[in-house]
Design a protein around this ligand. Sequence first.
Ligand code: ZN
Length: 244
Amino acid sequence: MKYGVLADIHSNEEALRAVLTLLREQGVKGFLVVGDIVGYGPNPDETVAAVRALPHGRAVAGNHDRAVVGKKDLDGFNPHARAAALWTARQLTPASKKFLSSLPDRVATDRFTLVHGTPQNPIDDYFTTSDQFRANEGLFETPVCFVGHTHVPRVLRRHGDGAKVSAWNNGETIKTPPRDKTVLNPGSVGQPRDGDPRAACGVYDDETGEATLFRVAYDVAAVQKKMRDARLPAFLADRLAEGR
Ligand code: ZN
């Protein structure tokens, strides 16, 4: 089956809708959600509802999903993230909070593993280095582990005696053979930080083991207007146009 892989949606309903349109055109039938469904953006409840409605959905929690339901304190959050988390907590219905509270740290099948951060520290660590790949490759059992949290599309895998970290570009297909382990970060749907403001997502086929990255333009200005109207921090609205 083909899965859409969604990380760091961050309450950005416009970006999510744009990504879902593309993924359906790609023949996606199931969805893997790698955490941070909410936080930062202007439509937390609508975004949670849209994620809950996805067919064949599997999801794990991110640090923001934990924070807005009181399962993680806000001390590690910068002032913008904290302000947005407090605002988000006030918007969510009890049903949405219950759903976010129920998300596990980790999901694993015989084909793939999902964590927001790293297998070692699923909620808080940023998976960015080859040393981390070496420290984590024994901590998941599947050919591929999808991660999020950095908002930057990346491929991490073994290379000779070490490991290699590379960019994952729009349209690029990565093979995840069963004899290897590959860590894939599909970038962020709702707040990209690699200099490209377009929403990012992955398509993963669990039969072929191939995963492809896609970028999709969405109406950034509409989201920024909603954020300003909601008095969310200006910095968070501004950065959407920069993709940083
Ligand atoms: Zn995030």
